[in-house]
Design a protein around this ligand. Structure first.
Ligand code: GLC
Ligand code: CA
Length: 556
């Protein structure tokens, strides 16, 4: 079987601003990353996904790019990048870049030219519309980060579309020159030797020509029927594949909020010539009275139903990305496990086991391998994230919801939870910086940090290391089919993986107490590949957050 490398790979996501600061300005940087490659090598990952490192005014921390071919000044220079890439490659690590091409920064040269209007070559690079006859906005759409999705530009005398902040104008992919410029830029990075792209909100690049008002949800109309999985998105991805991706040996993953498994088979179907895989968000999507802002947990049977449906429906057709968290999500152990003693370590390991034994490419978000937790925010004054700040304004300061009701919701899921500095050791600022960090370090760094975990053979770190090693050793983890057991259990996540004669049983407790469980007969004599307790389950009982993987040898 000729398996592409990205099917056997484990990815580690770095949010550069918060990973490692090399020069004491409080902001993580490229040299900082280079200085920690040995740590990543030790963990055993194969691929680093770098959140954006391009020149940016940082309205959305680099997801608003003003020059795709330059490095953000705070992160270093192009020489620093070349060194990082060369050193990573020397160590056998690959680097995947974040590609943010649904929009640019309003400080990008293309936008500066486009807003001049007239007959210039950049005139149609963005999505411009006249206001309604009464001068009002072209339609009622709301932007992701609050406010309307249209901004009036004095210079051009028209409105431009921005599905995110007003400093992130959407590119007009229907204009061929835009596509050519984006593909040229991608080829330029590929020629440097990068190993792939994670494509930011790529499902939103094609918009319908007509842009009618959307159904009002909350304060504004919903743009998604007109902008998500738009009419030409697959044409554009196939064109990108022809003109760029197919020429190199790359890993490509599309961020595609709102996809179903059926859509995923279009974006990432094995024979479609588009992408290798997509990020879907169904399992992290819990909506309540205040939209995404809520502290409710998804009931375990529902979580299992979603993840299992993705496992079975993509099987043999497309490829899954596996993740619990990233730079836009709260910390996995706080959201799905229990971040309080004595369960933090156990539940972080159980979550890791549960995800890493599935089919797909696992993504580890920086600090997840240490069981890093959400941050104890005291109030909105502690936020930096544009989305959280705007949401607080729109829901609370507007008087729609009281602080008392809203605060626990936003504190639980704010993206800033994921963005506090990486906890390297027990020294000041967790060893992240010698200066003042741009985001405060989580006060629990003396207990939770890489140095302490590297010194403890029972740490979350070594559990991840072992899971990664198992994936390399047992083809059933990469290729096996998947079958969920006990779908209705509210405490246990149990599934089998099967490849020919080989079978794995994965049993993970999501409960903070003992649960009844009988190991099925065929696994009683199987080997235990990994466990978060010292001995294997006995007497029909699983302990709190116990997670084991049992392997039935062929012939048994
Ligand atoms: C993606 C990114 C997120 C960013 C947004 C706009 O969802 O992951 O961090 O804010 O796109 O680029
Ligand atoms: Ca720095």
């Amino acid at each position: 079987m000729n398996t592409p490398w990205w099917k056997q790979a484990v990815v580690y996501q770095i949010y550069p601003r918060s990973f490692m600061d090399s020069n004491g300005d409080g902001i993580g940087d490229l040299r900082g990353i280079t200085s920690r490659l040995d740590y990543l090598k030790k963990l055993g990952i194969d691929v680093i996904w770098l959140s954006p490192i391009y020149q940016s005014p940082n309205d959305d921390n680099g997801y608003d790019i003003s020059d795709y071919r330059a490095i953000m000044t705070e992160f270093g220079t192009m020489e620093d990048f070349d060194e990082l890439l060369a050193k990573a490659h020397e160590k056998g690590l690959k680097i995947v870049m974040d590609l943010v091409v649904n929009h640019t920064s309003d400080e990008h040269r293309w936008f500066a030219e486009s807003r001049k209007g007239g007959e210039g070559p950049y005139r149609d690079y963005y999505i411009w519309r006249d206001g309604k006859e009464d001068g009002g906005l072209p339609n009622n759409w709301g932007a992701c980060f609050g406010g309307p999705a249209w901004q009036f530009d004095q210079e051009r005398g028209q409105y431009y579309l921005h599905l995110f902040s007003k400093k992130q104008p959407d590119l007009n992919w229907d204009h061929p020159a835009v596509r050519d410029d984006v593909f040229d830029m991608m080829n330029w990075w590929c020629e440097k030797g990068i190993d792939g792209f994670r494509m930011d909100v790529i499902s939103m690049i094609s918009k319908t020509k007509d842009m009618p008002d959307g159904e009002v949800k909350g304060l504004y109309g919903d743009y998604s029927p007109y902008c998500v999985h738009g009419p030409k998105v697959h044409d554009y991805l196939r064109e990108m594949n022809r003109k760029v991706l197919s020429k190199y040996d790359l890993m490509t993953v599309g961020e595609t909020a709102g996809v179903t498994p059926k859509d995923a088979c279009l974006y990432a179907g094995a024979d479609r010539g588009e992408l290798n895989m997509v990020f879907q968000f169904e399992h992290v999507d819990v909506h309540g009275a205040y939209g995404k802002w809520n502290e409710k947990r998804m009931p375990l049977p529902q979580l299992k139903e979603i993840l299992s449906r993705w496992q079975t429906e993509l099987s043999g057709k497309a490829w899954n990305s596996l993740f619990w968290d990233n730079h836009d999500q709260p910390r996995a152990v706080s959201r799905f496990g229990d971040d309080r003693a004595p369960y933090r370590v156990l539940s972080a390991k159980a979550l890791a086991t549960c995800l890493h034994m599935m089919q797909g490419t696992p993504y580890i978000y920086q600090g997840e391998e240490l069981g890093m937790t959400n941050y104890p925010f005291r109030g909105p004054e502690d936020f930096q994230d544009i989305e959280s700040l705007h949401a607080y304004e729109e829901w609370c300061e507007s008087g729609r919801v009281s602080h008392e009701r809203f605060w626990p919701c936003i504190a639980a899921v704010s993206r800033d939870n994921a963005r506090t500095p990486m906890q390297w050791d027990e020294t000041d600022q967790a060893g992240f910086t010698k200066g003042t960090p741009w985001m405060p370090v989580n006060p629990n760094y003396k207990e939770i940090n890489a140095r302490a975990e590297l010194a403890d053979p029972d740490s979350v770190f070594y559990h991840y290391q072992k899971l990664i090693a198992l994936r390399k050793q047992y083809p059933v983890i990469v290729h096996g089919t998947y079958r969920l057991l006990l779908p209705d259990s509210e405490e246990l996540f149990v599934y089998e993986r099967i490849l020919g004669e080989e079978k794995l049983l994965v049993v993970c407790s999501f409960a903070d107490h003992e649960t009844e469980f009988q190991v099925p007969g065929e696994f009683v004599l199987g080997t235990c590949l990994i466990s978060n307790y010292r001995d294997r389950p006995e007497k029909g009982v699983l302990r709190a957050y116990e997670a084991v993987v049992l392997h039935r040898q062929p012939g048994l």
